[in-house]
Design a protein around this ligand. Sequence first.
Ligand code: NAP
Length: 289
Amino acid sequence: MNIRGTTKVCGIIGNPIKHSMSPIIHNYLAKVKGLDLVYVPFETTNAVAAVAGAYELNVLGMNVTVPHKNAVIPQLKEIDSLAANIGAVNTLVRVDGGFKGYNTDILGLKRQLELENVPLKDMDVVIVGAGGAARAVAFLCASEKVKSLTILNRTVSKAEEIANNIKQVFEGFNVSAYTINDYSVLENEKKYVVIQTTNVGLHPNNLEAPIYDKTFYDRVLYGVDIIYNPSKTKFMQLVNESGGQSFGGIKMLLYQGVLAFELWTGTSVSEEEANEVLQLLKKELNIDE
Ligand code: NAP
């Protein structure tokens, strides 16, 4: 590209950063939109100095990745309410006097579910896992008014902690927490939306699933695995074998980037453009479908 004095800068802070797919997403979108914008990786251990420095250097927008998604929050001028509840921010948008923080990871999942016609409102939802991603998904479920939420995790105390945190914000919300082996608490006559957020099944452990029992999968109407490599996880395969519809995690990755780009530039990315980015991501990640 032709970098000039007018070129706007966006970037990503994290450590490590070399594996990031974000430069591919944003530089491609800047090119197809004909924008005078470049996106670069910034490896840093100091999130506080990085946010202040980015503002001074007139940076338009930033992504934030591991391990800084919590540490940047006190440095923000404003924060989106869903991101504040989750307690993690992955996108900073320049505003007057500082940056506003968003969590486009979770907004990306929200957009994916909307586009794939997977409902949340009034549904009985199960989250498998209780790590950082599960916490964000749980707050999304509460803000989208699911009928009930069941969190299943190997370490039950982490699932309970998320459930308690949500109840403090969304009073009366119907959420319960169990160990992963207690999936038989799910009711036989009900069909659930299940969102798989553990690391189990991640490449190269493609043949692993967090639960193998068919009676669990028989209760799944929609099964969403947020893992994107492999593109079809064992969890997804088991959902399909029991007659449910399954979805993988690459579109969550795609739309977290698309939404950040839209917030920074005020442009709207078409589904055709988003699909072009998706093909680039698949190529980069060696995912063929
Ligand atoms: P995390 O905070 O480390 O949480 C990991 C979760 O996996 C915990 O619930 C953990 O249970 C569970 N787990 C790990 N090994 C397990 C095992 N052998 N058996 C049962 N449970 C196990 O990680 P995270 O940040 O939430 O990320 C989780 C996954 O989401 C990763 O695979 C990541 O790639 C994916 N992700 C995808 C996107 C996307 O854009 N598609 C975005 C974010 C994350 P314990 O609590 O018992 O340890």
